[in-house]
Design a protein. Structure first.
Length: 272
């Protein structure tokens, strides 16, 4: 018993200061980490970033500081951190291989949040889907389609593919094609189209509209119309102009060709 008591006493003398120092380091270190995280978060408020990015970066910095603190505390106590780090590395490799797809989506989410190719509220086309961005998460991006469907797109593929964002620029160009018959007056049709452009107040005048004959097709003479509008007026002008052209062409006696077939029947007399 005396032998064990002596061993306990000697170990207490040897390790008690280290344990007390480790506890003090841990308590003070946690406060320092908390304070540093607040300072980092305050510095991010001055940056023009999405709140999701700010929250993610703050948590990442806080996690890294805590990991460094715990390794320091373990070193003070006498734990060999080299083997501990190697064990964490092996575990991280195994987890990484098992969650390869999820980690790819996570990395893609980080890229999207940092690079910001689109923001919440933008209308985009990506991965064969089109819709308004409802939410950007770390693992997926949520789109709301015009017919009110919800689409979840994994961020891994989204970050490594082409993205069409139609909401970044304040103006959009409406491209339309109209055909008339070969027997119709080209000058008259062009004058009618030009008048319809001038009458629509939604069409911007600071960017000159383009109107010209684009093609002599098999059964029609095709006009191309390109006008600039505010992005909020794009679909309104797109659909209204088609209706106006049809109604006006009918009033002006200008034909719009359409596919049709002519069937000729010949009577054959049977002779015996």
């Amino acid at each position: 018993m005396e032998k064990y008591l002596n061993q306990f006493y000697s170990m207490s003398v040897e390790y008690a200061p280290k344990i007390l120092l480790a506890i003090a380091t841990l308590i003070i270190g946690l406060q320092v980490v908390k304070f540093a995280a607040k300072l980092f978060k305050a510095s991010l408020k001055k940056q023009e970033m999405d709140e999701t990015v700010k929250t993610f970066l703050t948590r990442l910095v806080k996690f890294a500081l805590k990991a460094a603190l715990f390794i320091s505390v373990a070193t003070i106590v006498g734990v060999k951190t080299s083997s501990f780090i190697a064990m964490l590395g092996a575990a991280g490799l195994a987890i990484g291989l098992a969650l390869q797809g999820s980690l790819s989506n996570f990395a893609g989410g980080v890229v999207i949040l940092v690079v910001r190719p689109f923001s919440v509220g933008d209308f985009i086309t990506a991965q064969g889907n089109s819709g308004t961005v409802k939410e950007i998460r770390l693992f997926c991006t949520i789109l709301k389609t015009p017919d009110n469907k919800t689409i979840y797109i994994p961020n891994g593929g989204l970050a490594n593919a082409s993205i069409v964002n139609v909401s970044i620029e304040p103006q959009r160009r409406v491209d339309l094609t109209f055909g008339i018959g070969y027997d119709d007056d080209v000058s008259k049709a062009k004058s009618v189209l030009k008048r319809l452009i001038e009458e629509d107040e939604r069409i911007l005048t600071d960017r000159k509209p383009f109107l010209a004959v684009s093609e002599l097709a098999d059964s029609s003479v095709n006009f191309v119309m390109r006008v600039w509008v505010k992005k909020s007026d794009y679909w309104g002008v797109h659909f209204d102009m088609k209706e106006k052209v049809k109604v006006t062409f009918d009033k002006e006696g200008i034909s719009i060709p359409y596919p049709h077939q002519e069937v000729y029947m010949h009577q054959v007399n049977d002779q015996a």
